[in-house]
Design a protein around this ligand. Structure first.
Ligand code: BTN
Length: 328
């Protein structure tokens, strides 16, 4: 009910009468009044004026089920939201647990503070201060072969970039396969994990960590990380961003499922790919070499041109691609 009230209040800048709220929700005036008071206690500013009704004038930056749900405008992504103020382990792991219990395609686990965040290549994903970042994991049950699953990671990067653009107006870029960056600094990391059953995908968990309202980073991260607030000079609603990323994810995912590959997304992906047509350094288990990045193909592989003009397809996995001057 709180989520529905927030959604209705958000639909207009004007007042919405108590009577209208009751009719939309099919509940009594007292029930509406109680729910409005509960929202106020959570930090929402809701003006109540006699003969006019209710108006939303201030919203706390919280990652609750109600706040996220009231922004969501999707058909399946985030169909169920499990939100944590603090999770002692990883949202990816929690989503995997839910998948094992039969949770639906589109289930979303979100945490304000994630204490056991996992990064790629066995690294940890550092715990930022409460109220600043997004840690979320989307459970998917795609009808794809396991060999196609890595493309979901590229889809997620596109969705994060689009969500950021919609909420902040900022233009992020992508470092193949799935880091979202500004300049030489990372604003979002994505960890995609797949569970197989008898050779078929049982579920894929797409874990997304976004630095949203951090004012600064210290230590090692100072040179490598940035946040949306640092780029845009103001704070942003994390719940609105979660919803925008989910909306964009649905669109890109539909393209992938329809074609079975990224043929309709390669142009967009390549247009925001960093270091395209520049020299990159390929760090593979069997050696390090340099070539010119030519963008991705429909399978999501990075095409890198050797000095003799020969093109090599780099598939994500053990390989790391860097600019010749460092991370980007
Ligand atoms: C990377 O190394 O760049 C990937 C980082 C992925 C972090 C996110 S935060 C939400 C989800 N839960 C995790 O434990 N990891 C991912």
């Amino acid at each position: 009910m709180k989520e529905k009230i927030l959604k209705l209040l958000r639909q207009t800048d004007d007042y919405i009468s108590g009577q209208d709220l009751c009719e939309h929700l099919g509940v009594s005036r007292t029930a509406v009044w109680k729910a409005v008071n509960a929202l106020k206690a959570e930090g929402y500013q809701i003006e109540a004026v006699q003969n006019k009704g209710y108006r939303l004038t201030g919203v706390p930056d919280v990652l609750t089920e109600e706040e996220i749900g009231s922004h969501l405008d999707t058909s399946w992504a985030g169909c169920r939201v499990e939100a944590y103020e603090r999770i002692s382990y990883s949202t990816n792991l929690r989503a995997k647990e839910l998948a094992g219990r039969g949770a639906a395609h589109g289930t979303l686990v979100v945490a304000d503070v994630q204490e056991g965040g996992k990064g790629r290549r066995g690294r940890e994903w550092v715990v930022p201060p409460a109220g600043t970042n997004i840690a979320m994991s989307l459970l998917l049950r795609p009808s794809l072969a396991p060999s196609q699953a890595s493309m979901l990671t590229l889809v997620a990067a596109l969705a994060v970039r689009k969500g950021i653009q919609e909420i902040t107006g900022l233009e992020a870029r992508i470092k193949w396969p799935n880091d979202v960056i500004f300049g030489r600094k990372k604003v979002c990391g994505i960890l995609t994990e797949m569970t197989l059953e008898e050779g078929e995908i049982q579920c894929v968990i797409v874990g997304i960590g976004i630095n949203v309202n951090n004012e600064s980073f210290s230590g090692d991260l100072e040179e490598k990380a940035t946040s949306l607030a640092m780029e845009g000079g103001r704070n942003y609603s994390r719940a609105a961003l979660v919803a925008a990323v989910m909306k964009a994810f649905e669109t890109y995912y539909a393209e992938l499922l329809a074609d079975g590959d990224l043929r309709n997304l390669t142009a967009e992906y390549n247009s925001c790919l960093t270091a395209r047509n520049e020299t990159v350094c390929i760090m593979a288990p069997d050696g390090v070499w340099e070539g010119t990045s030519r963008g991705i193909n429909a399978g999501g592989a990075l095409l890198v041109e050797h000095a003799d003009g020969q093109i090599e397809e780099i598939v994500s996995g053990e390989v790391s691609v860097r600019g010749i001057y460092g991370y980007v």
